[in-house]
Write a protein that binds this ligand. Structure first.
Ligand code: ADP
Ligand code: MG
Length: 314
């Protein structure tokens, strides 16, 4: 009894922040040994860095860039990690009737949000038909990928951060951690709780910098928020942001923010992007069909909408 108590009082929360994958990474974990905690936090950052190197569309030697350069020529053997994540992406495409589609990049690549550049009409016309997840052929017998259409490009920006957070959580769990929180931008996953209490996770107000639209008490769950306020520019009163409708190659404008709650980060990351594109009605319908998945949507009038599972517990 005494021993148990003394080991408890020594434990504390350790936390750190880092900028990786073009986003803010935050790790907090409960441990009784500072040296071990620091080492584990470093391992999480290393893992994020590894995934960025593998999946960044901006790094010329990333495996993702290799795929974009070669997969339309002949079937290309790829790592099982990318193979599996691309397979998951295609599953979400099927589920959403193509709202989520990693080949959005066939047109999406022509956006430069920092330079306020959007694709020209001619670029959209030429490349819109190359947005089609059905052109991606995965062969699980030899882990190859093949694009049946020249000019097809993929980008995992809608799912890779969730994957990174899940990998980080797995790494912590394998090292005995039972209470932790890891976030990468709008993707957060929590294991356990915060010492017998929930964590309080804020959903950013989509139009008021530094403000929360709502604060949620969470434990043992994942949440992902997709918004039109992260990467965008406004030209002629039109907001051009980074969530692209595969049917038009233009930004989706029915909503301002979508948060999805569920069990793992990879799934909710892809789903928040998906529901943003589907819009309120189709989005809520999809979420209602998925087990243990909830949504909080802010529409383009600033109104909040809760999925039925959340509405009934409020
Ligand atoms: P973030 O956390 O970076 O804000 P989101 O989860 O909101 O990311 O997803 C936005 C990212 O998803 C974009 O930056 C882009 O890489 C990718 N994306 C945009 N449109 C689509 C789409 N239709 N299908 C799949 N991924 C998309
Ligand atoms: Mg996403």
């Amino acid at each position: 009894m005494t021993l148990f108590l003394s080991s408890q009082v020594q434990a504390e929360w350790f936390k750190a922040d880092r900028a990786i994958m073009g986003t803010a990474i935050h790790v907090e974990l409960w441990h009784n040994d500072k040296a071990v905690a620091d080492r584990l936090i470093q391992k999480v950052f290393d893992e994020m860095q590894r995934i960025d190197k593998l999946m960044s569309p901006y790094k010329k030697d990333s495996e993702l860039s290799l795929i974009n350069n070669l997969a339309a020529k002949q079937p290309l053997k790829i790592s099982s990690e990318l193979f599996d994540l691309i397979q998951k992406s295609i599953n979400v495409s099927t589920l959403s009737n193509g709202a989520f589609d990693i080949t959005f990049s066939s047109v999406g690549q022509f956006y430069d949000y920092r330079k306020r550049i959007k694709p020209t009409k001619a670029q959209v016309e030429k490349n819109l038909k190359k947005i089609n997840y059905k052109s991606i052929k995965l062969n699980s017998s030899n882990n190859t990928i093949y694009f049946t259409q020249q000019g097809t490009r993929i980008d995992l920006g809608g799912i890779a951060k969730g994957h990174a957070v899940d990998n980080a959580i797995q790494l912590l769990q394998e090292n005995g951690i039972t209470q932790a929180m890891v976030s990468a931008g709008g993707d957060t996953r929590i294991i356990g709780d915060k010492g017998g209490r929930p964590w309080y996770v804020g959903i950013r107000h989509p139009r008021k910098k530094g403000k929360s639209a709502v604060i949620l008490p969470l434990s043992q769950s994942a949440i992902s928020t997709s918004g039109d306020y992260e990467r965008y520019f406004i030209k002629d009163n039109v907001r051009h942001h980074h969530i692209i409708k595969p049917s038009t190659g233009d930004s989706a404008r029915e909503l301002r923010s979508v948060s999805i709650l569920g069990a793992d980060s990879t799934t909710v990351d892809a789903l928040s992007t998906t529901v943003f594109i589907l819009g309120l009605n189709k989005g809520m319908k999809l979420i209602s069909e998925l087990p243990n998945t909830e949504a909080i949507i802010i529409d383009n009038n600033g109104r909040m909408h809760y999925s039925t599972g959340l509405a009934t517990t409020k």
